[in-house]
Design a protein around this ligand. Structure first.
Ligand code: GLU
Length: 447
């Protein structure tokens, strides 16, 4: 079998759109699965709207997603190649130079290149939609170049795909209507027809085409909010493709293994931010610590002015964060809102808050706190909340969970809301926990 080559040919006229990222992913998966190449081509022929900054952003975005490409080219640097193909097909009388009046500039005479349309009915096989038939006569002898040095989009795409050995064209279904023109050009230049797979559109929740008014459409917006590339890839893969099994969490290597063009769906795929958040929350539990730690350290530095926090605390906060966060920006928000204050600041106690519902005064909690002190004093320290729980749980079950755990947690954190006391003790270590509980007892006695 010939070597598979797929491509992502974005126009650098805007930010990397989430739909382009999905198209890139499917092309990447298909190429990697078949040990082929995945190439990137910057379709920058619209000189007025294309910018190097957008091109750079798109390349960086794909790199951030780990969608590595095997080669890169720019259409603006390939005019001589398009010219040689134009000259060839003009010589073969498959295209001709047509002198006509400019539409944009009436009165001006221009020489465009038109393809001699063979006027044949044309059918192409689409891997997603089956056979698609077009009557090409209505296209007429369409323009393929504004001049020999200024090839139009369709011509450049076809020459490039041919020259670059592209075997599979996987792209959005908005390109279906371009395909007949491109096939006629392929036939004129003698290029083989690639396989086509046109992907369903990405729709907003209201099933209209997803656009800015529905929220973020640019990849960088998701990156800046703190979505993991792993979660975005995972979600985008399933947005229009069905693995045929109940598995939902896929790493990139697993996607390469499982991906199958035959399982791409025809119907539009609805983009649901809540579902993407769900994937991100799942990936929070899986990503390496190094994907979380820099955000935590930056937030700690900013909020508490701590540049070298206790490593035990950092490690345990990361456990906690993995469990409760949805996006990376939650870390900064939670640090700023005081969720992790307990780890860095001894609490300022309000005895009234220590009082559990059924207690008359905070003093009622004293015997229970003393029992906790006794149990912790003899116990082995651990940074595993489960191990701490096992020291105290049977006692809490015996005298009442609220009765024990509420005053304990408030003694440790001083707050109405905070992580559970086992997690807090595991994070702080038993010696610091004992100091805080003893301190709470002293405050209650003095109140
Ligand atoms: N440059 C086109 C775009 O940005 C893609 C063309 C293609 O995939 O054939 O949508």
């Amino acid at each position: 079998m010939e070597k598979v080559v797929t491509r992502i040919p974005p126009s650098p006229t805007g930010h990397l759109h989430i739909g382009t990222a999905r198209t890139a992913l499917y092309n990447f998966l298909f190429a990697r699965k078949h040990k082929g190449d995945f190439i990137m081509r910057s379709e920058d022929t619209d000189r007025a709207r294309s910018t190097l900054a957008f091109e750079e952003e798109i390349r960086e975005g794909l790199t951030w997603l780990s969608l590595t490409t095997d080669s890169f080219s720019r259409q603006s640097e390939r005019a001589a190649i398009y010219r040689s193909y134009l000259e060839k097909i003009i010589n073969e009388d498959k295209a001709y130079i047509s002198k006509e009046e400019s539409k944009s500039n009436p009165g001006e005479s221009i020489e465009v290149v038109r393809l001699r349309n063979p006027n044949i009915p044309l059918t192409f096989a689409d891997e997603v939609r089956g056979d698609i038939t077009f009557d090409t006569t209505e296209l007429g002898d369409f323009v393929i170049a504004r001049s020999l040095d200024d090839a139009l989009y369709h011509f450049a795409v076809v020459v490039d795909d041919f020259e670059m050995g592209v075997t599979h064209v996987i792209r959005g279904e908005d390109h279906i209507s371009n395909t007949p023109r491109q096939i006629l050009i392929q036939e004129a230049i003698g290029a083989p027809r690639p396989y086509y797979a046109h992907l369903p559109l990405i729709l907003a929740l209201d099933r209209s085409k997803m656009s800015k008014r529905h929220g973020a459409v640019a990849l960088y917006q998701y990156r800046d909010t703190g979505f993991f590339p792993q979660a975005i890839l995972n979600y985008l893969a399933l947005l229009g493709w069905n693995p045929g099994t109940p598995q939902e969490i896929f790493s990139l290597p697993e996607l390469i293994e499982a991906f199958d063009v035959a399982k791409i769906q025809k119907a539009g795929a609805v983009f649901d931010i809540e579902k993407l958040k769900w994937f991100n929350k799942e990936w929070f539990k899986i990503v390496p610590q190094s994907d979380i730690e820099p955000t935590l350290r930056a937030a700690l530095k900013k909020t508490f002015d701590i540049s070298t926090p206790d490593e035990r605390v950092v490690k345990n906060l990361i456990h906690l964060i993995r469990d409760r966060s949805t996006v990376l920006s939650d870390i900064t928000k939670d640090v700023e809102e005081g969720e992790y204050d307990f780890a860095f600041k001894a609490p300022v106690l309000d005895p009234a808050l220590i009082k559990w519902k059924k207690d008359e005064t905070a003093k009622d909690a004293l015997p229970r706190l003393h029992e906790v002190i006794t149990r912790l004093t003899g116990a082995t320290d651990s940074d595993n909340p489960e191990a701490i729980k096992s020291i105290l749980w049977d006692y809490a079950e015996k005298v009442g969970k609220g009765e024990v755990l509420w005053p304990l947690r408030v003694s440790l954190t001083g707050k109405e809301k905070s992580p559970d006391p086992f997690t807090v003790i595991a994070t702080l270590g038993i010696p610091e926990a004992l100091r805080r509980i003893q301190n709470a007892c002293d405050t209650i006695e003095a109140s």
